[in-house]
Design a protein around this ligand. Structure first.
Ligand code: BF8
Length: 621
């Protein structure tokens, strides 16, 4: 029936039928009410940037051909695209800024954030050219934090510290020659907001070039520094066992779901929940303990570092509440549906918002700040525990969760390979592994939930292509069992042999969406080891079910880094032939990467395999 068309996930189907039975509206119902979507919006040809409009361009070439100011479809589409990149970059990078400030406050003794990974601290410092001899860890951390904060404040034309330290040389030179080296993360975002306001930049190519520059400030700047500094504070992920899907909720325990993107609070919630004081309190209310689970990218952060179970990805957030078993859903920022408090009204679940930046009418707001992190985390956990007694009888937790092995940071991949990339390079050269593909990004109710992630991944590993993942894509594949050693059997013979020898799954979970920067670092290291550019490598990227502006920023920085990137959801650019041509053709001549759009995951796999074969041929392997 209809529910079978919405998702491939059994627990999701189960919860959707309960939602239907109870008349609870979910994102899929709301999607239906929005259909048919506005055609102008879908094509990217409506402009609301001033009040002479809103203006719309006739997509069939008739009138109106221009907005009131004279902007053409090409200008409007390019401006809208640039604003998506700016918003995505802002989200990732503001998160990164928060981590830098936390590292600084921790090192100054103003907030309870000690340095957990001293090795990473030193390696990041060394990369950034910080002298470490004779300095305390705190001194080094302060200098790293300042280098990071400088990337948000520099006013001259110099390049981001982090990009300079991490980007491979050939790429760096190419970006320099194109004039797309970002100066300051905030400034690149502001630059887009400025140039897309009425009557500034009207040249589609110029707008796309600034989008590229801004996206690089995200990938090699804001996101990368978020990843690196989080590793310093909370540990660099190493392979760890975890579980995924709604079945990780535990009927007998106080269930707390941490949802959103930032580990700064959720790390503290895990700590607080483990404390004797809270465990005792939980027993006093009749629970067997406290079960902290993750969701979306906050979930990924905890999963890859500690094996904390993940209850689901983006489209499962509403359904988790409908289990009736969640005492508190603690949210920070990004990808949190505004519908949650409404759904929670039907249950005892408390939605606890914690960020100054993200308030939700109907939620309980317990505002987080780093200085009092421990006390606030305890207060939140206590609030959840006290809510256990309000749980109603009708609890329904799907009886399904999948085991996964996760935590493949670049450091972990290197150590699995015995310390260098040689073994991986040999496997690629010999053709045992044909290439590698990053499959990343969101869920989107316009796409059958998890279907495109899982099908594309299966097709690729079957064809001896190693898959690395982040974000909701990784959770989808965890739920489908593809992040387990059993999945090795689904791989082609060559990949199977390599995975067996290394004892790793054919699909590697690298972390959250900001951890797409780990993929960049890995690509950079591979390119340098082979003495080529990233655009020469037999690799590709894919975002089969993307929906967020952040995904547009990610896709753009992958393309700008030389990676062929396939989108499974059509971006709102089809209203401009010029922008489509730049994104899907001309970009390759400029930066060596380009976009393709393919909504069918099996066909997307074919495109990718063909691309990888061509790159192999050019490399002579
Ligand atoms: O941060 S949680 S829905 S935006 S993939 Fe997509 Fe998922 Fe959001 Fe990326 Ni991560």
């Amino acid at each position: 029936d209809k529910i079978n068309e919405l998702t491939i996930s059994q627990p999701t189907k189960e919860m959707l039928s309960i939602a239907k039975e109870k008349g609870i509206e979910t994102t899929w119902d709301r999607l239906e009410k929005q259909e048919p979507h506005c055609g102008f919006g879908q094509l990217g040809i409506c402009c609301r940037n001033c009040t002479m409009g809103p203006c719309r361009i006739d997509p069939f070439g008739g009138e109106p051909r221009k907005g009131v100011c004279g902007a053409t479809a090409d200008t409007i589409v390019a401006r809208n695209f640039a604003r998506m990149v700016a918003a995505g970059t802002a989200a990732h990078s503001d998160h990164g800024r928060g981590v830098a400030l936390t590292l600084l406050e921790g090192a100054e003794g103003k907030a309870p954030y000690p340095i957990k990974d001293k090795e990473k601290l030193k390696s990041v410092a060394t990369k950034l050219g910080i002298e470490i001899e004779g300095k305390s860890d705190e001194e080094i951390a302060k200098e790293i934090a300042k280098k990071a904060l400088e990337d948000f404040s520099r006013q001259n034309e110099d390049t981001l510290n982090f990009l300079k330290a991490y980007a491979p040389k050939k790429r760096f030179e190419l970006w320099k020659s194109l004039g797309v080296l970002p100066r300051n993360i905030d400034r690149e975002v502001v630059d887009i907001m400025h140039r897309t306001s009425i009557g500034v930049d009207n040249d589609p190519l110029s707008l796309i070039v600034q989008s590229i520059k801004t996206s690089l400030a995200d990938g090699w700047g804001g996101s990368l520094l978020a990843t690196e500094l989080q590793d310093i504070l909370f540990g660099t992920p190493q392979p760890v066992k975890g579980f995924a899907d709604l079945g990780v909720l535990d009927e007998k325990k106080v269930n707390i779901i941490v949802h959103g993107h930032e580990p700064i609070l959720s790390e503290k919630i895990v700590e607080a929940a483990e404390s004797e004081e809270m465990q005792k309190l939980a027993k006093e209310v009749g629970a067997e303990g406290i079960n902290v689970c993750g969701m979306c990218c906050t979930g990924n952060e905890l999963l890859v570092r500690h094996g904390v179970p993940v209850a689901g990805n983006f489209l499962q957030q509403e359904l988790a509440i409908i289990t009736g078993a969640v005492e508190a859903m603690v949210v920070d920022v990004q990808c949190i549906m505004p519908s949650l408090p409404d759904i929670a009204k039907c249950y005892h679940t408390k939605i606890i918002s914690t960020s100054k930046q993200a308030k939700f009418p109907g939620a309980v707001h317990i505002e987080f700040n780093e200085e009092n992190a421990d006390e606030i985390a305890k207060e939140i956990v206590k609030t959840a525990i006290e809510n256990f007694k309000n749980r109603k009888k009708s609890v329904h937790i799907p009886n399904e969760k999948k085991e996964c092995i996760v935590g493949f940071s670049v450091e972990a991949i290197l150590s699995a390979l015995g310390g260098s990339l040689d073994a991986l390079i040999d496997a690629i050269k010999s053709g045992k592994i044909k290439g590698a593909v990053g499959i990343v990004g969101c869920n989107n109710p316009k796409v059958k939930h998890n279907y495109a992630h899982v099908e594309l991944t299966k097709e690729l590993i079957k064809n001896d292509i190693l898959v690395v993942q982040t974000g909701c894509a990784a959770i989808a594949c965890a739920e489908a069992g593809l992040l387990s050693l059993d999945a090795i059997e689904l791989a082609g013979d060559g990949l199977k042999e390599v995975c067996k020898a290394l004892n790793v799954p054919p699909v590697l979970h690298l972390g959250s969406c900001v951890d797409c920067s780990r993929i960049l670092v890995l690509l950079g290291a591979l390119a340098e080891a082979l003495g080529v550019d990233i655009s020469d490598l037999p690799v590709a990227g894919a975002a089969p079910e993307w929906m967020s502006e952040k995904a547009v920023a990610i896709g753009t920085y992958f393309v700008a880094s030389g990676v062929f990137t396939v989108l499974g959801v059509v971006p709102p650019i089809l209203g401009s032939k010029e922008v489509v041509k730049i994104a899907t053709q001309d970009a390759e001549k400029l930066v060596g990467g380009k976009f393709a759009v393919e909504t069918d995951p099996v066909k997307a796999a074919k495109l990718i395999i063909k691309h990888i074969e061509e790159k192999r041929e050019k490399l002579g392997i």
